[in-house]
Design a protein around this ligand. Sequence first.
Ligand code: ARG
Length: 460
Amino acid sequence: MKLWSGRFRKETDALVNDFNASIHFDQRLYKEDITGSLAHAKMLGDCGIISAQDAAAIQNGLLSILEDIESGKVEFSADNEDIHLNIEALLTARIGDAGKRLHTARSRNDQVALDFRMYVRDQIPTLIRQLLGLESVLCRQAKQYQSAVMPGYTHLQRAQPISFAHHLMAYAQMFSRDVTRLEDCKKRMNECPLGCGALAGTTYPIDRKATASALGFYAPMSNTLDGVSDRDYALELMGALSILMMHLSRFSEEVILWCSWEFKFIELDDAYATGSSIMPQKKNPDVAELVRGKTGRVYGDLMSLLTTMKALPLAYNKDMQEDKEPVFDAIDTVTQCLPVFTAMLDTMTVRTDHMRKAAALGFINATDCADYLTKKGMPFRDAYTATGHLVALCTTQGKTLEELTLAELQTVSPLFSEDVYEALKLENCMALRDSFGGPALRETSRQIEAVEAFIQAHAN
Ligand code: ARG
């Protein structure tokens, strides 16, 4: 018999029973549900709403249920719809009437709002830890490759010389922002919905501040309708996870390119690559491709809940039961991607020789050539045009800028002298880019140190 069957004259249709149930996915919230109930029961006892004996019986009953769930002794049932009703039914079966008093001054809307919020909140430290782990691998790799010249790209065309360290530290910055985005949303979500009731609070003299602080929240939520009916915190988390996955996906795309024969900037460790069923020579970057692929899945999770919530009138609607699966999926996906991606980067071999070779072709020192003329007094725009003419000359002759003779260089400007060859050396071009945030050694060292300090400061 249903816990809520009082006003009904018929059994629930079997199809409806299954359709309505969420136990097959919300059983994941068992610990949060029991933790919330423990705090609620204690508060009811402390406020004299139920007797001290009942409060104690509830507490013991809930703890024994927790133990049994964790040792795999409990079978949940779709007849009890969701995790909240399943646990309440188990409790009453174990302790009798005291169990029936637990739901005083509380609603399931309360419970689901609380359990889900605590679950989402408590996943964030793991996500942050994983991101910091990734950042520390980036720092370690960057330290090794601060003087490894590689072409920096725009439009996927070779553009200007940077170091591999500079490229890696760009991603470290993005992941640092992902960390602070997660911290921000954790802070904002850390208000307690328990005590909002079904939607309109309660007539009992409950102490919402006590339950909020017992459950690690800094305050109870201010409005009971809001408390039971918004899911913005879950959306915010999925927004942050979508951005994080976008960063991972761009990085994955580069790993895939870098592994190709066209680039060969890196080689993945055999343990982090896969073979082909037919082509014996293949070594595929499946991990990076899957991370890129799973990015779409996390975006889909976000879009799914945004769409569910759109246009729902206040307060709770059953539509909101659809909130959990996408959020669980997004969290599971990201927590699976981060460690494997990190290990893949940690074990890769960097082919600085191939990077250097790629940097030599493509005129990535053309800006430096124009800067050379500018520093000798020519207006930059004219220097730019003169260098453009030299690039055209090189293209017809199959040469690089530094392979032109001084006489050839002087056909576009008499300002060229012997020292131009030093100015065109890629190592110098890179080393001289020492403006704040640039690829010069001093600057990449500063960036690495700053990220290392960030990792220390945000470790949890
Ligand atoms: N299983 C429900 C959910 O996940 C719990 C809340 C049910 N509340 C209700 N009034 N039907 O949303």
